[in-house]
Design a protein around this ligand. Structure first.
Ligand code: PLP
Length: 400
């Protein structure tokens, strides 16, 4: 059997795609290991094996809740951030259908939100996208104006995964809750490891989270549901997760997610300034290149994401060239079977498709080192300078 590379930061290429996923943290793997081996019981079983698994699962609810400022019963473990948003949005939309069918959102949401809402449109829901500015930020006053008597749900992300812009959630929550009975769903998947997340004071009713952006396991996430919020389950079968998500629970995943979020919370004060400084150093190096324009908000942004447009070059070509030179980054676009779709996020921010083609996203993580950034600085500036020189006449665009 052919094996893929095993991540070893000393021997591997520089990994600058932590917004896509992060490596599993050894302490998290250690916490999960018993539940991938000896402690294999079904948490719904009444015998000793089941009880051991149930205890671990209950403990994971408690620990994740403590790490995000929630109550254990408000947490539903899911198969990831995507399922969390599917459950939150569809569950709340259907539960509120007799009161209204209008849902307000932004055009820069992750597809886990955007496509869930597009699905709901097939069933008579009306989805209204409130525009964002050049930085990808929504104006809470526009959200306010879009809410009518028929509105039951608003969905705005905490921070954008492509350009890193933070949305003004506190202000959005204020305007949403001035309208009685309207729920606010927040996709916090990309932001959660990087902001001081306290769901109870965020002002939202539903918050989607994912483990693998925080050095936890892939395929595990959670939806926080404010106590008292009515939601219809979207997957039916057993009575797991207080009837809100049927199916035998992923005990190891839940344990791993809780451990990952505990570590993130305990270390955030140290991690965030260190990663931000490294990101800013890389940003400064790229800013020296003529034809490279930063995207997203200059200050209201996540500390680990650096997003740029290299004018006149193709982002996919640049990412490929960087891969060959030992730096793993991503483009700002979703690639599907050979064709590169322009990013819906940059489109909503007002970038024409030919400019959005040059989008690149470099994202750091807790495990990123100063040596990684020194190497990336050297390689990325050299590769981009080479590609920009090849397309020199095309990038006479003002970078600003
Ligand atoms: C903002 C945002 N929402 C949702 C998701 C999906 O999360 P998951 O991969 O856990 O399904 C992602 C992952 O890229 C994301 O960045």
């Amino acid at each position: 059997m052919r094996r893929g590379p095993v991540y070893n930061p000393r021997t591997m290429p520089v990994y600058l795609d932590h917004a896509a996923t992060t490596p599993l943290r050894p302490e998290v793997l250690e916490a999960m290991t018993p539940y991938l081996g000896g402690v294999f019981g079904n948490p719904s079983s009444g015998h000793a094996f089941g009880r051991a698994a149930r205890e671990a699962l209950d403990d994971a609810h408690e620990r994740l809740a403590r790490a995000i400022g929630a109550e254990a019963r408000e947490i539903v473990f899911t198969s990831g951030g995507t399922e969390a948003s599917n459950l939150g949005l569809k569950g709340a939309a259907w539960a509120g259908k007799s009161r209204g069918h209008r849902i307000v959102t932004t055009p820069v949401e992750h597809h886990a939100v955007g496509h869930s809402l597009a699905y709901l449109e097939h069933f008579g829901f009306e989805v209204v996208q409130v525009p964002v500015d050049r930085y990808g930020r929504v104006d809470p006053a526009d959200i306010d104006r879009a809410i009518t008597e028929r509105t039951t749900l608003v969905s705005v992300m905490l921070a954008n995964n492509e350009v890193g812009t933070l949305e003004p959630i506190a202000e959005v929550a204020e305007v949403v809750h001035a309208h009685r009975g309207v729920l606010l769903h927040v996709d916090a998947v990309q932001a959660a490891p990087w902001v001081d997340l306290d769901v109870a004071s965020l002002g939202a009713d539903l918050v989607a989270l994912s483990a693998h952006k925080a050095e936890g396991p892939k395929g595990t996430g959670a939806l926080w549901i404010r106590r008292g919020t009515h939601l219809l389950a979207q997957q039916h079968g057993g009575s797991q997760e207080r009837h809100r998500r049927a199916g035998t629970e992923n005990v190891a995943g839940a344990v791993g997610m809780a451990r990952a979020f505990e570590l993130v919370r305990a270390e955030r004060e140290i991690t965030v300034p260190r990663v931000r400084a490294l990101r800013d150093r890389l940003a400064a190096a790229l800013a020296d290149l003529e034809g490279v324009e930063p995207t997203g908000h200059p200050t209201e942004r996540l500390p680990h994401i650096l997003s740029v447009i290299a004018h006149g070059i193709d982002g996919a070509t640049a990412a490929q060239a960087l891969d060959l030179e030992g730096v793993a980054i991503s483009t700002g676009s979703a690639c599907t079977t050979g064709s590169t779709e322009p990013s819906h996020v940059l489109d909503a921010m007002g970038y024409p498709a030919d400019e959005a083609r040059g989008a690149l996203r470099l994202s750091l993580g807790r495990s990123t080192t100063t040596a990684d950034i020194a190497e990336a600085e050297r390689v990325v500036t050299a590769v981009l300078a080479r590609l920009l020189a090849m397309t020199a006449p095309a990038h006479g665009v003002a970078a600003g």
